[in-house]
Write a protein that binds this ligand. Structure first.
Ligand SMILES: NC(=O)c1ccc[n+]([C@@H]2O[C@H](COP(=O)([O-])OP(=O)(O)OC[C@H]3O[C@@H](n4cnc5c(N)ncnc54)[C@H](OP(=O)(O)O)[C@@H]3O)[C@@H](O)[C@H]2O)c1
Length: 439
């Protein structure tokens, strides 16, 4: 720590005076990210210049003030993006970019919470190349239209008791997308065709997987994939729902045919990876239907998964658990398969006569079996699914949460300025529930 509590590294020292080089814009951005008022930031900048501790020339100070005014007017925001395949958390870049403008069928939100999904880091890894991301740089989590913003170079800052953080502020480009899709926030404005939302509304939304855009302070979403968030549902709980909740809902209702009003015939269900993002919603939703639920998870999450409603829970790391056998001897009519790497030969003996394995992470071979099934009509089937996002289903899930019938288990919360930790945790594959990022 040095001087007024702000230590700038990487900018060197004046050889004569031995004073540090201060970068006022960086100080302004850091103070803003920590929630300081614009007034406090301005005061700080003027004090720096007045004390003569800043080596920043006056023209740079004016530019910093201009940028600050833009931030105050919500025209520039902090976002996180990546520029190429691979690299994991270390390849995420913190950038300052223009706030997007909504199209006529879109709302713009100030984000309050974002949730990560494995698809976010799988896209970065290149799992869906060459289709996704459709261009670089990419900001994980929905859709952003950006304009050119000249921005300064790499800086590090230590702020009071806050840890040393590193920001890479880069030149950005026209129409730059930002990663991540599942968000909750407050509507700031709406496009001309938007009928159901107005500024000030609290919402949950799913952004476009093609364009991303969620790892940012603001994002735009289609009205059709935006739903009202009642006060009973926190921003973090709401942001957890879109991809994971909709996938669980689709797997149970469309693929397994479960009626969530409890009116269907009794069905035996197995849910693998029931402690994960999709699995923990699947357990709760399945129990709204007329089901007996067997769930798998690691030992540390058995009590949690029972508390979500599972009738029996097996530890997947034990030899018995690895067989997927129901402890009470049931055969499964449907498996909501949220884990990976379990062969058909393990499922097959545990299925009822017409049992289905609904695979939400299907390998290429699963697609082959699926199309083969279309002509061979086997009784037991593997059914691969990919999420088809529907606003009415998102609305249904948020309303269930309001009624206390569905909850989001939150694994951990991370600041956007520290998103690398959240990204690494998701890649690690051991989250319990949802990983949340807060701008
Ligand atoms: N088809 C689609 O549209 C779609 C949509 C959403 C997700 N997905 C895919 O579905 C998968 C699950 O997503 P998610 O968000 O639920 O992942 P996640 O939250 O990262 O899942 C992590 C959880 O899975 C548990 N787990 C891992 N392997 C397991 C196993 N063999 N048996 C039991 N539990 C296991 C972990 O428990 P431990 O920590 O104890 O190991 C951890 O609690 C991912 O591959 C994702 O890409 C597909």
């Amino acid at each position: 720590m040095e001087g007024n509590g702000w230590l700038m590294e990487g900018n060197g020292q004046d050889p004569k005076t031995k004073k540090s080089y201060w970068n006022l814009e960086s100080i302004a951005m850091q103070m803003r990210n920590l929630g300081c008022s614009v007034e406090a930031i301005l005061k700080k900048l003027f004090v720096e210049v007045a004390l003569g501790e800043s080596m920043t020339p006056w023209n740079e100070l004016f530019f910093s003030l201009y940028r600050l005014c833009q931030m105050a007017e919500n025209r520039i925001m902090h976002a996180v993006q990546y520029n190429s395949y691979g690299g994991g958390p270390a390849a995420l870049k913190h950038v300052h970019v223009s706030v997007p403008t909504p199209n006529k069928d879109e709302v713009i939100m100030k984000l309050e919470a974002i949730s990560l999904n494995p698809v976010d880091w799988k896209m970065q890894k290149g799992t869906f190349r060459p289709l996704l991301p459709y261009k670089f740089p990419f900001i994980p989590a929905h859709h952003l239209r950006l304009q050119n913003v000249p921005i300064s170079s790499l800086e590090c800052v230590a702020v009071g008791e806050f840890p040393l953080r590193q920001y890479e502020l880069e030149e950005t480009h026209e129409d730059v997308p930002v990663a991540a899709t599942d968000v909750a926030g407050e509507v700031l404005g709406v496009g001309s065709d938007v009928k159901n939302f107005k500024a000030g509304d609290k919402v949950v939304a799913m952004l476009s997987q093609i364009n991303g855009g969620g790892l940012a302070e603001f994002a735009v979403a289609k009205e059709s994939l935006t739903v009202a968030r009642p006060p009973e549902v926190s921003a973090a709980e709401g942001a957890g729902i879109p991809i994971a909740g909709l996938t669980a809902h689709q797997a149970l209702t469309e693929a397994a045919g479960i009626k969530l009003d409890g009116s269907g015939e009794q069905t035996n269900i197995l849910i693998t990876a029931a402690s994960g993002g999709v699995g923990h919603y699947a357990v709760q939703l399945a129990k709204l239907g007329n089901t007996h639920v067997t769930a798998t998870c690691g030992a540390r999450n058995i009590e949690l998964v029972k508390s979500l409603g599972a009738d029996e829970v097996v530890d997947y790391t034990t030899p018995d658990g690895a067989t997927l056998k129901s402890p009470c001897g049931r055969k499964y009519d449907a498996v909501i398969h949220c884990a990976t790497g379990i062969p058909w030969s393990t499922f097959e003996p545990n299925l009822s006569e017409y049992g289905k394995v609904i695979d939400i992470t299907p390998p290429i071979t699963a697609m082959f079996s699926y199309y083969l099934n279309k002509v061979t009509f086997p009784k037991k089937q593997l059914v691969p699914i990919h999420l088809k996002a529907k606003g009415e289903n998102l609305d249904y899930l948020v309303k269930l949460m309001k009624q206390g019938k569905l909850k989001t288990v939150i694994d951990s919360k991370h600041l956007l300025s520290n998103v690398e930790d959240a990204w690494a945790k998701s890649i690690d594959g051991h989250a319990t529930g949802k990983i949340i990022v807060e701008p």
